[in-house]
Design a protein around this ligand. Structure first.
Ligand code: FIX
Ligand code: ZN
Length: 420
């Protein structure tokens, strides 16, 4: 702290509130979990109004409000699906839900008047943009410095892009996603074999060593910041299962060798309603015991965890207090709603102080980072204002530089430090 720097105390509440708001707005975000891609990935990078309107969050809401049969909707092309969603969710009903409001915020921040309800006009504007320029504009408007992708070597569209070794874009960082390996070994081992790894269905020592070699090769190829998996509510560890064996004897050793964290996203029940396709996944509560066991049994590994059920959030905070090799992140998916983000952010700051990653965007369509971060920044501002106000009320004095330090830590620093 410099000698002449302003210190906020209980007599300067307005100054403190304004300063917190400005700093949260001005501090760039490192968005540590998205489903976005760099422009070099071609069609995998989704952007524009029709992609925004057909986001799977909106597809689920569309089927609630419309009586169109599932098959009839899926038979439509993207533009016609977007038309149906626009009419049902934005014209025939008010776009109150968080995902609908997101589209409004995006249009507004891009300078398109959402109140005009001019879908064809928005389409014309987006059609005049290029993906590269749209990435620049979107990152600037959202004030994000980088986005971590979700990179799946089992994905037939994505794999060739990595194999072509295109020049990377420093704004897009990689994360090696390994759901097929951990959640469906029976359906994945033959693919590894086809790629030249000497594996068989039985998880013997040779197979486990080869799985580790596969992970190591892809961590290197992608320069991945972390490895990640999504897990069902009944995730257990230890247990006698292919998942537990591969986790303990291939994934965690590879993560240790590369010094990268292993991220677990726990609590998703895939395809509770398959007719909804990507929108058909659900949520269930989980035990914290596997997380605690892994953190205790593998102190040389770093774990990042987010959980999908609201009911798990308190126990997860408590677990994170116990282990310095555990970093909590984000308000995932069905939790990414203002009331729940506020509750979770408040609880996390109260239990963990600033040692948490309060949010990630999970954006699937480029421009979504604009709304996801605008809405979350508002809430993070509100919660921090309360926390600092409580502090100065208790007699503490705090400087602008200290607030800046804390916000930097929350919006990217904690993640960067943890991944190393
Ligand atoms: O597994 C995940 O990373 C989830 O975030 C996605 O599968 C999910 O579809 C999503 O987009 C949630 O926001
Ligand atoms: Zn995700």
């Amino acid at each position: 702290m410099t000698a002449n720097e302003t210190l906020f105390d209980r007599d300067n509440a307005v100054g403190l509130r304004n300063t917190v708001q400005r700093i949260v707005q001005e501090t760039p975000v490192l968005d540590m979990h998205t489903h976005l891609y760099a422009p070099a990935f071609g069609e995998l990078l989704l952007w524009g109004i029709d992609e925004l309107l057909t986001y799977h969050y909106l597809v689920a809401e569309f089927f609630l409000a419309s009586d169109m049969p599932y098959d009839a909707f899926w038979a439509l092309d993207k533009k016609a699906q977007a038309d149906a969603i626009w009419k049902t969710l934005f014209v025939d009903h008010s776009p109150i839900s968080e995902a609908c409001r997101g589209v409004i915020t995006v249009l507004d921040r891009l300078g398109l008047d959402p109140g005009a309800r001019d879908l064809e006009g928005y389409r014309a504007w987006f059609a005049a943009q290029t993906p590269e320029a749209q990435v620049d504009r979107t990152f600037k408007t959202a004030n994000i410095s980088a986005a971590v992708m979700t990179n799946d070597p089992f994905d037939t569209l994505e794999r060739p892009v990595w194999e072509a070794a295109l020049k990377g874009d420093p704004r897009f960082l990689a994360a090696l996603r390994i759901d097929p390996l951990l959640n469906d070994w029976a359906g994945s081992w033959e693919r590894l074999k086809g790629w030249g790894y000497d594996v068989e269905a039985a998880l013997n020592d040779k197979t486990l060593a080869e799985v580790q070699r596969f992970l190591s090769d892809w961590l290197t190829k992608m320069d991945a910041r972390y490895m990640a998996v999504s897990l069902p509510p009944d995730f257990a560890f230890p247990e006698d299962s292919p998942r537990a064996k591969i986790l303990a004897e291939a994934v965690l050793p590879a993560a240790r060798a590369h010094g990268v964290p292993f991220a677990m996203m726990i609590g998703v029940t895939r395809q509770v309603n398959p007719a909804l396709r990507l929108a058909g996944d659900g949520v269930g509560t989980s035990s914290l015991a596997p997380v605690e066991h892994l953190c205790a049994a593998f102190p040389e590994n770093k774990f990042m965890v987010t959980m999908l059920a609201r009911e798990n959030q308190h126990a997860l905070c408590v677990a994170a207090r116990k282990f310095r090799n555990l970093l909590l992140f984000g308000c995932w998916w069905f939790l990414n709603n203002p009331s729940l983000i506020e509750e979770m952010t408040r609880m996390r700051l109260e239990l963990l102080g600033p040692s948490v990653v309060p949010q990630h965007s999970d954006a699937r369509v480029l421009e979504q980072v604009i709304y996801k971060w605008a809405h979350s920044r508002e809430i993070i501002t509100r919660v921090l204002r309360h926390k600092y106000a409580d502090l100065v009320e208790a007699g503490w004095r705090i400087s602008e530089a200290e607030i800046q330090r804390d916000v930097k830590q929350l919006l990217g620093g904690n993640f960067e430090k943890f991944v190393g």
